[in-house]
Every structure is written in C-alpha cells, then in structure tokens.
Design a protein around this ligand. Sequence first.
Ligand code: ATP
Length: 508
Amino acid sequence: MEDHFKKVVSHSKEYGYIFQSSEIYDGLSAVYDYAQNGVELKKNIREYWWRSMVYMHQNIVGLDAAILMHPTTWKASGHVDAFSDPLIDNKDSKKRYRADVLVEDYAEKLNIKAQKEVAKAKKRFGESFDEAQFVSTNPRVVKYLADKEAALKRLNTSLEKEDLADVKALIEELGIACPESGSKNWTDVKQFNLMFGTKLGASAESATDLYLRPETAQGIFVNFLNVQKSGRMKIPFGIAQTGKAFRNEIVARQFIFRMREFEQMEMQFFVRPGEEMKWYNYWKETRLNWHLSLGMGDENYRFHDHEKLAHYANAAADIEFNFPFGFKELEGIHSRTDFDLKAHEEFSGKKLKFFDPEINENYTPYVVETSIGLDRMFLAVLSHSLQEESLEDGSTRTVLKLPSILAPVKAAIFPLVKKDGLQEIAHDIVETLKWDYNVIYDEKDAVGRRYRRQDAAGTPFCITVDHQTKEDQTVTIRYRDTMKQERIAISEISEKLKISISYKDWLS
Ligand code: ATP
C-alpha cells in the first residue's frame, strides 16, 4: 500500500498532475500546485460535483463568496475560540505533534497487539476457536484492550475539560516517545488555533486583523437571506459553493490528503426545524450515490457515523474512501441544527429568519451540510485509477484508468508517420474536435510509445491517421482500458467522445 502511494506521488509529478509549491526553493510544506493535467482533472471533478448539486436540483443555487470575511464571522462561528488542536513539541528532535494523535496512535498499537494475539490463537486452535471467549478471557488481550480504552477515555475527558496538563501527564505516564528520535523529553501541551491570520489596511496602527477562511460554509450562512430573497427561494433549498479554504494543520504529511491551502465543495441545505433528520438521510444517500456513479468500486466506500458530535451538530457522518493508506474521510455530512444562523443573528444583530407561508410561521431554518475536499477527491480518483497491468506478452504497462468524464485530455490524435500528408489530416481532426473537447496532437516517437504515454497520462482514446485514411476517411481508434482498436470514420469520432462524457449517462 505504501509502495502504491509513493507511485501515485511520483506519477503525479512525472505526468504533469501535481508539483510541490515553490519547488525551486525546496517547497512549502503541505502546499501544492496543480500542473497542466492536474488543473484539468480538478476542474472536471468540480464540474461533476457542481452539475449534480446545482443543475440537477431546482432548489439549489450557487454562490462564490470572498475568502476574506468580516472578523466577527469567526467569533460567531466558534472558530476563534474552538478551532484548535492540542500540540506538543519534542525538545530534542524539535518535531511537532498533535498530542491527541500521539495518544491515539499509542492506543492503536495496543489494539494491533491484541489482534496479533487473537490471530496467533486462531492459528493454534483452528476450527474450534471461539474468538469472543478468547478476547474476554485471555489475560494479555484483556489487558491490552483495557489499557487502550483507559488511555482513550482519559484523553477525551482531559480534552473536554481542557486540562492540557493532564494530556501531557498522560503522554508521560504512557511512556510515549517521539516517533522520530525516541526521546521522551516533551514540552507542555498548548492549544493551537488552525486559522491563518492576515491584516487588512495600509498602516500598522489602523490595520484590522482578519483570517483566511478555514471553511467555505460561513460565506453561505452570512448570505443566507440575500440569496433567499433575491432568488425567491422557498424552504427547503440549498446554496452550493466551491472555493479555497486554509488551515494551519499541525501535522500534514500525506501529500494532498491534508494540505494547508485546499479547496472545498460545500452545500448547505436549509430545512424546516424537525425535518433535518429526513434531509440528513437523503443527503447521505445522495452523496454516496454520486461517488458510486464514478464506478470506482462500491467496496471502496463506507460510512462512518460520528458518536462524538461537534458543538453545532445533532448528527454527522463521513463518507470514507479506501485510500492507499486505508479508509479515511473523504466527505462529511453534518446536520448543523440552527447553530450557525442563530450565532450570526446574535453577533450581527440582524434577523436571519425565514417566513414559511405554508405553515404561516417565522423560524430559523435548520441546516444539513455536505462538505467534500476537492483535493481529497482528486487523490481518491488518482490513486484508484493508477494501475500496473501485466500484459499477455509478459510486459507490464502503467495505465491511469480515470473515469472518461473526468479525464484531462479526452483524445490524442496521431499521424502514423510524419509525411505523406498524414500530419495535415491529423491537425484538421484536432481543429474540428477542439471546439467541444480537450484534445491534443502528438507526432513524436513510434506510435506504440505514444499509446503508452497517453495510457499513463489517462487519455481514454487515441486516434491514429494512417495511409488508409487518405483513401477511405477512416482512422484507428484505440481504447485505453481494453487496448482494443477499431476502424471508424472520421465523422464518427465526435459522437464517440460525446457518448463517453455524457453527464446524463454518468450521473443518472
Ligand atoms: P479531518 O478530520 O480529516 O481533519 P475535518 O473533519 O476537519 O477533516 P471538515 O472540516 O469536515 O474536515 O471539512 C470537510 C472536508 O474538507 C473533509 O471531508 C475533507 O475532504 C476536506 N478537508 C478538510 N481539511 C483538509 C485539509 N487540511 N486538506 C485537504 N482537505 C481537507
């Protein structure tokens, strides 16, 4: 799995998907640039989301709010006071960690030890093995699991009480060492706010402290009434938005999975109080279906229902994806109650209520949110699509089996050789197709190598012009996934591409 992840990272660079930000200066940690193919894939994922959310729902409209917002926004939302993680530094290695993650990793190690004992016993006892009985009576397993539970319980209690001294005491009592250096020489635990601060204004005295938004949702909440009134929206209705968000993550070591600057695709759905669970379940199902529509394997998705809820939520679930490093959150669906709108009413002194003519009542709507990281979705698509295939002739090929609707380049057009007028015909085909599709022309190297290059870049179709083309106006079309080739008329190419990227076929 780790090996596959490394391949994804190096493939992203080699084929123009993702570069490290400011690489010539040795990069900036957890910040990335999207290259020539990456920018297209990202745009296509965004479009796939936007169409399914906005165009497919008559009661959902879009918004593009600014990244900079009035600073009181973040007081009201709770981010100034509560959007923080507990951090701890190791004095010897100078490495920084999330204190809660150190304890959670320790607990997971105990869990793994217990599982190993179970696996050993299973092997020893064979058929007659009673796992439940073994887990509840084997002294070693019982102790591992009890220690695990005790560590997690104490961590949660101390975090809830904001007793950071006890979190440090716990780390010391458990004998947790710095994973890099083995040192147990820890600093105190501090709360670290994840928002990036910046300043608005020309002179130091008059400058106002602002934040780069850590989520796009608040831009939607503060515009709730503007959109509702100008769009004559009736509840239930939704506002969708895609855009950059910024979080000064303490530990960000998983490529584009956890970045300091990333893009979110969020939709806030405003509903009648009391109807939120119905809509929460609707959006859980609808969002899962959106993921499944891309055909990346039903078994690679699962729900994780939250037991511990954020202060604003009365239900929450993640859609997790099977990344190369295991199942991890890809999207969150949250029933956020009326927390945000009420808080903005209170802090701004402006009413954010809705008059519902059907029940003749004024109320603060409840909100169900769907929130997905565009970069995380990109990683899910890229890591799933990158495959090494063994071919019948004993060779292997690297192929990026991107869903064709998302592929950056839809077709590559080749002249078989660089003479006899074949280049001109290939150029003419590009000129015709370019109005509707992102296509490229390539004449370098033998045609077999050109096919492999496009396989690795994720291009679903290659079109080759040869001498027969001059006689009967046909070309060879080669399919990336099956490597099958067939002859079709030049006039049929456009229709082939159209079918492969029909939103109707993919989304319904
Ligand atoms: P996590 O638990 O992984 O930190 P979160 O629960 O804080 O994520 P939300 O605040 O619910 O995440 O944000 C919604 C979505 O935004 C997440 O499901 C994820 O896809 C994406 N996201 C959040 N933080 C990052 C990040 N640092 N880099 C990339 N994507 C992110």
